[in-house]
Design a protein around this ligand. Structure first.
Ligand code: ATP
Ligand code: MG
Length: 206
């Protein structure tokens, strides 16, 4: 096995959408990544509300979303861990699993943690941010409506990547589904079909 350039994109993915997928693909192109691991959170620590869909449903939608690009790989590390999801644990577990399966060559891997401009703005309040930076290079990407600005860190620890911003959020997708509005421009058809089959995000009868 040879060393790889590995991106990681974590999120609630409730559901995964083209904002996530296009940001991951753009960063993979620009930074020459071999793979981008898509990691749905178990219990997102920073959200005031619990995810709407269950963790297995969010994982299955992540698998469907990951199939749009051969470089994308879904991971269960966060949904299989009890308690709130912290990026420091995500990266530790992913690196450990890769070392166990890949052996010494993986010492040459380069890791990149990808985050949208909204989440990047809070980076210094994440659990153990400096230890995160020892495990992965931080990559901030454009998110419409949020200025793309690096956190106050020494040079060389964070790269900003301007991508063609897609103005979509999972919240907007859920709202449109509840309202019966189309979401074809926002999520892959396979994810849309899954949502219909499982009756996720639908308006509850009064
Ligand atoms: P919600 O509306 O439920 O908060 P969301 O669309 O913000 O969902 P998350 O799962 O919270 O999606 O986001 C996971 C990661 O993807 C974060 O780093 C976030 O900044 C990034 N991200 C989400 N949507 C976009 C987008 N449209 N463009 C770029 N990055 C995005
Ligand atoms: Mg969000």
């Amino acid at each position: 096995m040879t060393a790889q350039r590995i991106g990681v994109l974590g999120g609630t993915f409730d559901p995964i959408h083209f904002g996530h997928l296009s940001a991951a693909a753009e960063v993979a192109d620009r930074l020459l990544l071999d793979t981008v691991i898509l990691v749905p959170a178990g219990e997102p620590w920073h959200r005031r509300w619990a995810p709407v869909a269950g963790r297995e449903e969010r994982f299955e939608m992540t698998c469907l979303g990951a199939s749009v690009d051969p470089r994308f790989v879904p991971s269960r590390v966060d949904i299989d861990r009890q308690g709130p999801t912290f990026t420091i644990d995500t990266l530790t577990d992913l690196r450990q699993a890769r070392k166990e399966s890949g052996g010494p060559a993986t010492d040459g891997d380069a890791w990149f943690f990808i985050t949208g401009a909204d989440a990047l703005a809070d980076f210094m309040s994440w659990r153990r941010p400096l230890e995160i930076l020892a495990l992965a290079h931080l990559v901030g990407v454009t998110r419409p409506g949020h200025p793309l600005k690096a956190p106050p860190l020494p040079d060389g620890l964070c790269t900003l990547v301007e991508v063609p911003g897609i103005d979509v959020s999972s919240t907007k997708v859920r709202d449109r589904i509840r309202d019966g509005a189309p979401v074809t421009e926002m999520i892959p058809l396979s994810v849309a079909n899954y949502i219909v089959e499982r009756d996720l995000y639908a308006r509850k009868s009064p």
